[in-house]
Design a protein around this ligand. Structure first.
Ligand code: SF4
Length: 481
């Protein structure tokens, strides 16, 4: 039987839309700069994407051009790119790169494979990737995932990536050359993993001969949850006492969450009525800020947690009651009220520090079990996520560095659950109290449910409850099993 490559690629392209984008593709899309793509590709060899992304960001902040790169000393290069794999060798390559580009290529990154192979640190895989991703010209980059998966399919029978590249040049339709690496790296990192691929949930399982594969043992918790779906709700109430006066109990009754995360409660629990503190059917957990009337988080849960983790082990964030985590038998539920970068981005550095610590915390927990992060992350990720993106590019909540953190989180494998199910514009969760913004739907989507990529199938749908008033934010929710 002829291998149905067209059908398979079509299915995979649909499948990976919500997976993390390989870091080099991300940098190519964001920068459209062959020099940056070349450097990021050199850094990416034998390095996890999230490490490459962070190192590239650090390096490009110091050296975004060939002449700026030439100014960096070897120790500076090593310091900026650490801890990418083989960072000392890569630093040497980058140290030598500007001189070769300037003397042999007039200071311009060449766009043919033979020329690229003359650059320090550039092998065949890197050269093909730069041609395909940076210059959008036909080239087949054969990453380890491409070599491995093409052989699993029996589409090629080869022993080395070079043989795979040559075999694919013979038979893979040219229309797929540029994107095949991106598709299979993404798919290989998410579903067709090198060790124990997830064949039980693979969209092409029926078409795949699985040559030489030992499928993953089926984990009941992963694929056949017996528990009913739970409704998880997150709401920045912008002052819980004000929300109580504005219909909080009616909202609670209507939404009927199994777990409710609140942000910006601006209250100490002893300032609240008993009726709320001892809400029937729920256990309440409070994490108010030390400063009265400011920030703070709380969680109401119908399910009994195993333990409660208060904060991030960083006093500057924990004094503001920013992050409250509940551990359940099969997942962590993180409620975050992420800092606002403030006008003129005065608090941006504080927010970046917070974001870095939060992402590290998520990464640590996700090694153990599913991680669900919810809350007001105080950032609109993409232009589609706010009404006036052009006017807000330098404003808090949509500044480059705040959005870059969202990119980093998504690149690290986390899923923005709302966008998994809904690509429509004008879906907002916060509206200014000024200028009649809510009535005109001039808003921002800054409240999220995020889940680690390996657990994304556990989220059945995601919603924004724009009809709910009582705060300048509306609740967001997911059904989770
Ligand atoms: S069925 Fe298994 S081996 Fe085949 S592509 Fe899917 S995950 Fe990989």
């Amino acid at each position: 039987m002829t291998f149905p490559i067209n059908k398979i690629i079509l299915l995979l392209e649909r499948e990976i839309r919500d997976y993390q984008v390989p870091v080099v593709d991300l940098i190519a899309t964001q920068t459209k700069d062959p020099f940056k793509v070349l450097v990021a590709t050199i850094l990416s060899a034998r390095t996890k994407d999230e490490v490459t992304a962070a190192a590239s960001r650090r390096l490009f902040a110091r050296a975004g051009t060939i002449s700026e790169l030439a100014q960096l000393t070897l120790p500076e290069l090593e310091k900026n790119i650490y801890p990418v794999g083989f960072f000392r060798n890569k630093a040497k390559f980058l140290r030598a790169l500007p001189a070769v580009l300037n003397t042999q290529f007039d200071g311009v990154v060449p766009h043919d494979i033979e020329s690229l192979l003359k650059l320090p640190g550039v092998g065949r895989k890197t050269a093909n990737l730069v041609v395909a991703v940076a210059f959008n010209e036909p080239a087949i980059c054969v990453d380890t995932h491409v070599h491995r998966i093409m052989n699993i399919w029996g589409y090629v029978q080869t022993a080395t990536p070079l043989q795979t590249e040559m075999a694919l040049r013979e038979k893979l339709p040219i229309k797929y050359w540029i994107r095949i690496n991106s598709i299979l790296v993404t798919f290989g990192q998410g579903t067709c993993r090198p060790q124990r691929p997830h064949c039980h949930r693979c969209v092409i399982a029926a078409l795949c001969p699985k040559i030489g594969v030992t499928p993953r043992k089926i984990d009941k918790m992963t694929i056949a949850p017996t528990a009913e779906a739970k409704k998880l709700v997150s709401w920045n109430v912008n002052g819980l006492r004000a929300a109580l006066k504005n219909g909080f109990f009616e909202v609670l009754r209507d939404l009927d969450p199994d777990i409710l995360a609140l942000q910006e409660i601006k209250v100490q629990p002893d300032q609240l009525p008993d009726e709320l503190r001892t809400l029937p059917g729920y256990q309440a957990f409070w994490y108010p800020a030390k400063k009265k009337g400011y920030a703070g988080t709380a969680v109401f849960s119908k399910l009994a947690p195993l333990q409660i983790l208060y904060g991030l082990d960083c006093p500057e964030f924990d004094d503001e009651g920013r992050v409250l985590t509940l551990e359940y038998p099969d997942f962590y539920f993180i409620n975050s009220y992420s800092p606002n970068a403030q006008p003129e981005l005065k608090r941006l550095a504080f927010k970046q520090d917070f974001n870095r610590v939060l992402l590290d915390f998520m990464d640590r927990l996700s090694k153990d079990k599913t991680v669900v992060l919810c809350g007001d992350l105080n950032v609109a990720h993409k232009e589609i996520d706010l009404a006036n993106p052009k006017a807000n590019v330098k404003n808090p909540g949509f500044s480059e560095l705040e959005r870059a953190w969202m990119d980093e989180m998504i690149a690290a494998g986390y899923i923005d659950t709302f966008r998994k199910f809904n690509q429509s514009p004008a879906q907002y969760t916060w509206w200014s109290y000024r200028f009649n913004a809510r009535a005109k739907n001039i808003g921002w989507r800054i409240d999220y449910f995020i889940i680690d990529g390996a657990s994304s199938d556990r989220v059945l749908d995601a919603s924004i409850h724009g009809e709910v008033t009582g705060s300048d934010h509306c609740p967001v929710s997911v059904r989770f099993r």
